[in-house]
Design a protein around this ligand. Structure first.
Ligand SMILES: C[S@@+](CC[C@H](N)C(=O)[O-])C[C@H]1O[C@@H](n2cnc3c(N)ncnc32)[C@H](O)[C@@H]1O
Length: 398
């Protein structure tokens, strides 16, 4: 591995590395033993650097001139040493690097340990050059998802039974009067509201109106991250027309049912709702022209993966244009948690600098962040725009 001298200096100064204690040495030695094989070292590197945060064993075979049982054996050694977690889904086994193991290894080479900011369900904020790398263990990421899923399943059920969705702190008025925060369905003009079924409006939990700035063109393919009841997908579907396609992606089954019902009522044949995670987008690379999202990325336990996956699925020249909640740079994670909950879209918000850095690290260019309104002291709803560099590629009809 060739290290960039500037990066080496910024991340780990060997002169400042402290000697390991016997306890630390005892923790690191079995990890090094498991890694003392070039195949396992490369496997570990592939798993730890995978943008989705996890990788299917079935996708690793192509990287080696080895049989699948041999790959599986090496992965088992890494798992037994505590370097990776694994999860069986159907016939496939998925692997994810264990944060604690990576921390032990980083201690060996003198990298500063990550500082946990706020509660442990929040992404780890690394000190040093990388201001925002959202690393969580698979357990922590799943725990965040479960809390968020429960909250939005409740919101979807409220709409299905004739009420109005509310998500708490920022996404919508708690009392549903529409007079307070300037969020949810209030953000859409009367004309836009009349374009979609009533339940799509009632389920609206956004903090902005990404469609208003997306500049959608007929024939384009749009992806809405965290599509909820589907309002932005249905509006997009009308703008891209029959030659285009609007995908919604959400992990909450109740929201997907509501969105599909709304699409059927709207007769939107070019809208499709996908079940999945925004940290691991179930679409091929370079298949999307525009990514939109409305008050969702702040909810993710791994925003770095969301940015990397957005970059992957966008075509060169593709646009990223989302509404989200952002914190002023001086607010610590604890300050953000004081102002509202994670599931209410406040505590998990990135700062302006963290957002910009995260997008830059993923490869995005022409990043602009425009605050639109304050939702809590020092916390703003904002429109974030960025471009995937490169000449626009021709679309193949979907
Ligand atoms: C605040 S609501 C916003 C919904 C919609 N964008 C809107 O404007 O009405 C958040 C939505 O994102 C979904 N969501 C949150 N985290 C997600 C994740 N990691 N992967 C997929 N969907 C997620 C939730 O299920 C929920 O439907």
């Amino acid at each position: 591995m060739v290290l960039d001298p500037v990066e080496t200096a910024a991340c780990c100064s060997p002169l400042s590395a402290q000697a390991l204690s016997m306890e630390q040495a005892g923790q690191v030695a079995p990890l090094l033993k498991a890694l003392a094989d070039p195949v396992r070292l490369r496997l570990m590197s592939l798993v730890a650097s995978h943008p989705g945060g996890e990788v299917c064993a079935c996708d690793l075979g192509g990287e080696f001139d080895l049989s699948q049982p041999t790959i599986s054996h090496h992965l088992k050694v890494l798992h037994d040493a505590g370097l990776v977690d694994r999860e069986k889904r159907g016939v496939w086994v998925y692997y994810r690097a264990r944060t604690n193991a990576l921390l032990s290894l980083s201690a060996l080479i003198g990298c500063p340990p990550p500082q946990y900011a706020g509660d442990r369900s929040q992404p780890v904020t690394w000190t040093g050059r990388r201001s925002m790398i959202a690393v969580t263990t698979s357990d922590e990421l799943e725990e965040v998802r479960q809390r968020v899923r429960a909250r939005y399943a409740q919101a979807a059920n409220a709409v299905t039974s004739g009420g109005i969705a509310a998500c708490g702190d920022s996404c919508k008025d708690n009392d549903g009067t529409g007079t307070g925060t300037g969020t949810g369905s209030e953000l859409y003009g009367a004309a836009e509201q009349s374009e979609v079924p009533e339940n799509a409006v009632s389920a609206s939990l956004g903090c902005g109106n990404p469609i208003a700035v997306a500049g959608l063109q007929p024939g384009e393919t749009v992806l809405d991250l965290g599509s909820g009841g589907g309002i932005d997908v249905l509006l997009s579907a009308r703008r891209v027309g029959p030659a285009g396609k609007a995908y919604g992606l959400d992990m909450t089954g109740e929201m997907l049912n509501l969105a599909r019902d709304n699409a059927a009522k709207a007769g939107a044949t070019n809208a499709e709702f996908l079940h999945g995670h925004i940290e691991s987008i179930p679409l091929p690379g370079e298949s999307v022209d525009v990514i939109i999202s409305n008050c969702v990325i702040n909810l993710s336990g791994n925003k770095a993966a969301v940015f990397a996956e957005s970059f992957r699925v966008l075509r060169p020249g593709g646009r990223f244009g989302v509404s989200d909640i952002l914190a002023e740079d001086h607010l610590t994670a604890a300050d953000r948690a004081e102002r509202g909950s994670h599931t209410g879209c406040i505590a998990g918000a990135l700062s302006f600098t963290e957002y910009r850095d995260g997008l830059t690290q993923a490869g995005f260019a022409d990043i602009s962040i425009t605050p639109t309104h304050e939702v809590a002291d020092g916390m703003h709803s904002a429109i974030v725009r960025a471009i995937k560099p490169g000449p626009r590629t021709a679309r193949t009809p979907s």
